[in-house]
Design a protein around this ligand. Structure first.
Ligand code: CUA
Length: 336
């Protein structure tokens, strides 16, 4: 019994808190959704208890007591009027919550374009005032208290963008741009997840949202707008890594701004098929959160990515000699 209680308590803890939970809202939209959820749960639980008590009474009370159960008006009220009133009330309440979620809250807005791919997220920050445009992957940064408008689309199949702590789900549909409002009320890191089955690696299509202070966000943004070091500025090991990167034609899919002539040069519409690697070493994870970022994990990924994330769209490089892989990892590790 004590074990069962512990198990229930532990599950509740896991379910209600943490970096990926709709019941631990950290933004205004998520708070509305969580309130709606609690209201629905409370009303449904109360009705469930009421119906269960009546059912038990009808089934197990002494036969001479059963006629006490009212009928006639009670049947009409409990069977028709009550459910209609409850469902109608919840419908009106739910619609109002929906209206508040999409309402323009005013205040500053940060525009971010997110494109879903099998199985990762391309994140593009358009130019804004003195800030240049740049593209990153699987990581969204935003300042606390600022409303981010996510323009969401997909390059292949339907995916769904979901950061439970901050907002509801929204489908990413090829050929269509949907808009989602994302806002964090406190600094922190939240986990996002593709919420629509989109192929074998749907589960490993995660991303991170980092809510930070305005100053931290501006510093991050400025660092992202800088190009990678040009070949001439690299030390020998990194230089040979870049040469191998080019020899294996990794740049056919991966852009590295400033380092590789003709690799896209800041234009997201030039057929870039894999994540932009200009600042890959500054990211927290690789493979859409398959592995934490580290130089060694990059080497492991290049060698073994079809085992780590089977079916992903990257070409197999398991035949590439170890020293070449290590050199490429050394090079990518300089891309901060
Ligand atoms: Cu993308 Cu599931």
């Amino acid at each position: 019994m004590r074990f069962l209680a512990l198990l229930v308590a532990a599950n509740l803890q896991v379910a209600c808190g943490g970096a990926q939970s709709a019941l631990d809202p950290q933004g205004p939209v998520a708070a509305q959704i969580a309130t709606l959820w609690w209201v629905l749960l409370s009303i449904c639980s109360a009705i469930f208890v009421l119906v269960s008590v009546l059912l038990l009474y009808a089934a197990y009370s002494r036969p001479e007591k059963r006629p006490r159960l009212p009928h006639g008006l009670f049947m009409l009220g409990g069977g028709l009027l009550f459910p209609v009133a409850v469902v109608l009330g919840l419908l009106i309440y739910g619609t109002e919550i929906g209206r508040r979620i999409v309402a323009d809250g005013g205040g500053p807005v940060l525009h971010i374009e997110v494109t879903a791919h099998q199985w990762w997220w391309e994140v593009h920050y358009p130019a804004d005032g003195e800030h240049a445009a740049f593209t990153t992957a699987n990581e969204i940064h935003l300042p606390v208290g600022v409303r981010a408008e996510i323009s969401l689309s997909s390059s292949d199949v339907i995916h769904s963008f979901w950061v439970p702590n901050l907002a509801g789900k929204l489908d990413a549909i090829p050929g269509l741009v949907n808009t989602l409002r994302l806002e964090a009320q406190r600094a922190g890191e939240f986990r996002g997840q593709c919420a629509e089955f989109c192929g074998v690696q749907h589960a490993r299509m995660a991303f991170g949202v980092v809510a930070q202070t305005e100053q931290e966000f501006i510093a991050w943004r400025q660092a992202r707008s800088r190009d990678a070091p040009a070949a001439g500025q690299l030390e020998d090991t990194a230089r040979s890594g870049l040469d191998s990167f080019l020899a294996l034609e990794c740049h056919a899919c991966h852009r590295i701004g400033g380092a590789i002539p003709g690799s896209g040069a800041g234009d997201p519409d030039t057929g870039v098929r894999g994540p932009d690697l200009t600042h890959v070493a500054a990211r927290a994870t690789i493979g859409a959160r398959t592995l934490p970022y580290s130089r060694d994990n990059v080497a492991r990924w290049i060698r073994d990515h079809q085992r780590l994330k089977p079916g992903n769209r990257m070409k197999d490089f398991s035949h590439v000699p170890d020293d070449t892989v290590e050199a490429i990892a050394d090079y990518l590790d300089t891309l901060l």
